[in-house]
Design a protein around this ligand. Sequence first.
Ligand code: SF4
Ligand code: SF4
Length: 416
Amino acid sequence: MSLILYRKVPKTGDELSILGFGCMRLPLKKGGGIDEERAIRQLRFAIDHGVNYIDTAPAYHFGRSEHVLARALADGYRKKVRIATKLPPWSVRSREDMDHILDSQLTTLHTDHIDYYLLHSLSGTTWEKMKNLGVREFLDSAKNDGKIKNAGFSFHGDVASFKEIINAYNWEFCQIQYNYLDEHNQAGTEGLKYAADKQLAVMIMEPIRGGNLAGQVPEEVKKIWEGSMVRRSPAEWALRWVWNHPEVTVVLSGMNDEVHIDENLRVADDALPKSLTPDECAIIARVRDTYLRLMKVNCTGCGYCMPCPNGVDIPGCFSLYNAYHLFPRDRSAKFQYFGRHGGLLSSVSYAGLCRRCGKCTKICPQHIPVPERLKEVSNEMEGMMRVVVPVLKGGLWCMDKVGHVKRRFAFKESQR
Ligand code: SF4
Ligand code: SF4
């Protein structure tokens, strides 16, 4: 049996496996829906090999992920792991909703406490909303009642908002998107170090950018990997790069293939902080530079151009536009765009809101002609958005009676 590495949560000393199991991309059956028996086998296999941090959310698999995790954690497995799950801000209209959703999650997960409880996918605007609804008091009270052990948040905004949220509550942990392409995107390296300096554990999502940094990579990138003295898969390179940072606590991998689980467990055996050699770091830097050159817009995500007076999330729009072109086989970038910028999961911030005032262009250190490039983004990314988003808002993301996001209509009825 392999023995994977563990890292400590700074504020509590809790020892977590450096590899966490993400339940957002569980294996699917041919006709759709989770292949539950296979998912349970995979989860238990990972736990048997040392994984002790499992991440889920009501939004994953349209509310089914938490149910499958509860089944996997029967037969004595619950006590071997820490469960992380999330409060969906888009389902919250009042302070009472927060209690209601948490209670329903405890029921669904067949447990009396959540070990790591996160506010799901915060940005500056969603944090403002949750703060005004009393989420800090809710977290305090849930901790006092023993319903949650550690409070945190996952994040997809800009680094300034990230720091503001870090400083607004006594969090034990946070969860950020981080990989060698996103060093300067969203929270990025600056946010990672900031959180670690404040003694927060940092959980990493998208270490392989949703699988895009593995599998069929661009030909130029493939040649660089093949020229390395050390032979590793692109996925292993990506994971080792994240674990090389001592500030990282857990890396979440959305594992749904036995071969990937084996590989991830093997890498998690010896991926110590600062274990990559200078030559290895140089290889990764060359791959990163190649990806950046292949990108449509040379936006580093620095956020100097923000806030836009018309509400455009400039770096966010460019980031998903780049992802859409870098990884043409993966169509999820467009749906993420609808979610993050089209008003599905937070307030609208899409490229088409630009009124060409020119404020951002004067500031941008990369000299990007922002309004012109946003026009391209709008043309390519927003065609279906005006049709799809209202339909999805009407029903797809409704909260059902037990607080789970559910694909259905009758929004008002399902709220209470
Ligand atoms: S030019 Fe467009 S994106 Fe830039 S600040 Fe003005 S409205 Fe915002
Ligand atoms: S200032 Fe330029 S590089 Fe920085 S986020 Fe804005 S558009 Fe991107």
